[in-house]
Design a protein around this ligand. Structure first.
Ligand code: SF4
Ligand code: SF4
Length: 292
């Protein structure tokens, strides 16, 4: 089983656009979206869920109204301001409870219980381009790393079940816990950057992360021609950082058109300059993975 993970370190570099474009080109694969906080791969790949499951993580307090005598202790002692009063009744807010259990311990009436926290959903879906594993974390919920691990396991399980040996995955932005969860066990990281100084800064951070986990990485400069001098700076940086630029995708107005229409560029216009470059990159990646 081989897995290609596409990362960027920051949003807005075109990572998801490129993931979707590659997903169209590769034939036998499972698609995974590890951006569980703000997923957007679905906009281009149009998944139709065949399985929807709740995601539970951690605990939250719940006040049993029939036992509560409205003494106010919980409101006073909650360090997270997660208790509220509505119409003279005490409630735990939908967001804010950290499940620390202090209120449960000190409620004089034993009127507070802990409940398993339902903080999102995960999905297995069909897309016109193959099966996709993805998820959505609830607003303000934490533990996205654990949900990423769930999506990763789902992608691997479906791949095994269907005799598929390749997973292409869209990573979360940043370099935090969800990215660390997503990088575990992958064979190759494709870092999508853009020719800006913040792009170069974030490329450096993702490369360090990939190196730390001993995952080989390659660099794709998206819209390289909008700033040729910074693109050159990125290439120079890659040379001294033991990194290889695998692709330089030109700025292409067809990409904007394809995004507006919600169609991956490699399907929208196979002859567009960006599509041709992405196709070339897809072959290079395929060859690299074959040799691994
Ligand atoms: S501490 Fe217990 S009894 Fe007092 S207001 Fe809170 S839930 Fe009600
Ligand atoms: S469990 Fe902790 S965070 Fe949640 S309401 Fe009780 S005291 Fe506040």
């Amino acid at each position: 089983m081989k897995e290609l993970l596409i990362l960027s370190g920051k949003g807005g570099t075109g990572k998801t656009t490129i993931t979707a474009a590659l997903a169209v080109l590769y034939k036998d694969k499972i698609i995974a979206d590890y951006d569980v906080d703000a997923p957007d791969l679905h906009i281009l790949l149009k998944p139709e869920p065949i399985t929807i499951m709740p995601f539970y993580s951690g605990f939250k307090a719940k006040i049993l109204q029939d036992k509560c005598v409205k003494c106010g202790t919980c409101l006073e002692i909650c360090n997270f301001e997660a208790i509220t009063i509505e119409n003279n009744d005490y409630f735990v807010k939908d967001t804010g409870c950290e499940g620390c259990g202090v209120c449960i311990k000190f409620c004089p009436e034993n009127a507070i219980v802990s409940e398993i926290n339902n903080c999102g959903e995960w999905f297995i879906s069909e897309t016109p381009f193959g099966i996709m594993a993805h998820a959505q974390l609830g607003i303000g919920e934490e533990n996205s790393g654990k949900l990423v691990s769930t999506v990763k396991k789902n992608a691997k399980d479906i791949a095994k079940k269907n005799g598929i040996n390749f997973i292409i995955s869209d990573g979360p932005p940043g370099i935090g816990c969800p990215v660390i969860s997503s990088i575990s066990g992958v064979n190759l990281v494709l870092i999508v950057t853009e020719p800006t100084l913040s792009g170069l800064h974030d490329l450096n951070r993702v490369k360090l992360l990939a190196d730390h986990f001993k995952v080989p990485s390659f660099v794709c400069i998206n819209k390289f021609d909008i700033n040729l001098s910074v693109s050159k700076e990125i290439e120079n940086w890659c040379e001294i950082s033991d990194s290889e630029v695998i692709s330089k995708i030109p700025f292409d107005h067809y990409i904007d058109e394809s995004i507006k229409k919600g169609i991956p560029i490699t399907l929208y216009n196979k002859d567009a300059p960006s599509s041709k470059e992405i196709e070339l990159m897809a072959h290079k990646i395929e060859n690299i993975l074959k040799k691994m």
